[in-house]
Design a protein around this ligand. Structure first.
Ligand code: FCB
Length: 450
């Protein structure tokens, strides 16, 4: 076994291991105990939006089966569990008459207690894409007020859980919300505003900037967003493809790293957009965080185009692919290179990185009575962990690694068929069956802690 093999316990020691889920993807129970509606409720209830017509219910139904989930986490031996809190379970109606739904908060209160009793550090994300419909009705993330509403919500949750929760994530993957949700309309809220969507970036970053100090006032030791990144590869070395790759890199990556780490936006003149920032915003956004939450799945290959967008995504030549097909190539080397570049580009401004999501879906049966032998997932995770270790060996500070996902779950516009779990879930009965990758991850964590 070579020195950087993820199976070498010594190389892995010092990394904290976690597994992730998100409220809308695993909880089900969309109308239970006074939960209010979100943009994802509207999205799934509109025929044609979700590939298989599913509506996130019943699915894993973690709202009712959370003890089983925690037993699975215990069996894995993870240090942490990254889950998300549903804004509208906590505040069902945003507006003049808004009130706090203590029953909704009770669910998370108990989840935190059971995790702590199992010696697992709770690591909630406050916003994993499920915006209250009342906020979307007045512009959603296009409206600056949404950032302030988010900070109010963060303060309510921290008021209840902050005595026990010290590690928070604020906003998950603002790039996905802005680009796929508001620019292209592939995800909720399904708006296709192209570059006019870019102000949603600023308001999400501001939401983080306003909420993080409140979480710290409640004792947080970590209050960071999670950012999804992809290394952008030009389809050819022609000047036009290189320029197209530069533009997409600016929108997918630099648009987030620059404001968070150096307090300014990259040059957006090519897109004809001005970010709507007010005095003091950039200081809030760039206030140092304890960690940098880093989600990575795949690189993107791009060539220049003459349509509404100046670039077009194309398959990555020679790469194996996941269940999503040619647009989800498997290239762990690009994760390593991205991490090293981030470290070199931002130096001391970059806090220690936590890999806050990494994983892959492959075609798997809807039901099973035996363990699924998901060798492709094990290979994917193993090779990406090797990439993490290589980046560490090159000097990048990386403190943690998180598998997406603990469970098969509702994969947004793709519905149930794209299964990412270490644990298989029968979406009709909720039955959980650990896959071979669960055993693999359990053994790896045990080796790291030995
Ligand atoms: C990420 C999302 C997560 C999950 C994975 C596959 O972009 O944060 O909820 O859907 O992709």
């Amino acid at each position: 076994m070579d020195g950087t093999s993820p199976h070498d316990g010594r190389a892995l020691s010092g990394l904290r291991f976690s597994a992730a889920t998100a409220a809308f993807q695993v909880e089900g129970a969309r109308t239970a105990d006074g939960r209010g509606r979100t943009i994802w409720d509207d999205f799934v209830d509109t025929p044609g939006n979700v590939s298989d017509g599913s509506t996130a219910e019943p699915g894993p139904d973690s709202y009712h089966r959370v003890d089983e989930d925690i037993a699975l986490l215990s069996g894995l031996g993870v240090d942490r569990y990254r889950f998300s809190i549903s804004w509208t379970r906590v505040i069902p109606d945003i507006g003049a008459s808004q009130s706090i739904n203590e029953t909704g908060l009770d669910y998370y209160d108990r989840l935190v207690d059971v995790l702590l009793a199992a010696d697992i550090t709770p690591e909630p994300t406050l916003y994993h894409w499920d915006l209250p419909v009342a906020l979307e009705a007045v512009g959603g993330w296009l409206n600056r007020d949404t950032a302030h509403h988010f900070a109010d919500y963060a303060s309510v949750v921290a008021g209840r859980l902050g005595d026990r929760v010290r590690h928070w994530y604020t906003i998950n993957e603002p790039a996905s919300t802005s680009l796929q949700g508001y620019a292209l309309g592939e995800l909720a809220p399904g708006r296709a505003l192209l570059f006019d969507a870019l102000p949603t970036v600023h308001h999400q970053l501001l939401a983080h900037g306003l909420a993080a100090p409140m979480l710290r006032e409640h004792g947080a030791l970590q209050a960071a967003p999670t950012l999804n990144h992809s290394l952008i590869l030009p389809a050819t070395e022609t000047e036009t493809d290189l320029a197209a790759a530069g533009l997409l890199d600016a929108i997918m990556n630099r648009l987030f790293t620059d404001p968070l780490l150096v307090g300014e936006y990259p040059d957006l003149s090519a897109f004809g957009v001005q970010m709507p920032f007010a005095d003091g915003d950039m200081e809030l956004i760039a206030a140092p965080n304890e960690v940098y939450g880093f989600n990575y799945y795949n690189p993107i290959t791009v060539r220049s185009a003459d349509g509404e967008l100046p670039f077009e995504m194309v398959p990555t030549p020679g790469a194996a692919t996941t269940g999503f097909g040619p647009m989800w190539p498997i290239r762990p080397d690009t994760m390593r290179d991205f991490l090293i570049d981030l470290h070199e580009r931002y130096g001391a401004q970059l806090p220690p990185i936590i890999i806050s999501e990494n994983g892959a879906a492959f075609p798997e049966p809807e039901t099973t009575t035996t363990e699924i032998v998901d060798t492709e997932r094990i290979d994917y995770l193993s090779s990406h962990l090797s990439a993490v270790l290589e980046a560490k060996a090159a000097g990048v500070r990386i403190d943690g690694y998180t598998v997406w996902s603990l469970l098969d779950n509702f994969e947004w516009a793709e519905g149930w068929p794209q299964r990412f779990g270490l644990v298989h879930v029968d979406m009709n009965t909720g039955t959980r069956t650990p896959k071979a990758s669960y055993r693999w991850y359990r053994d790896l964590i045990a080796a790291a802690n030995a």
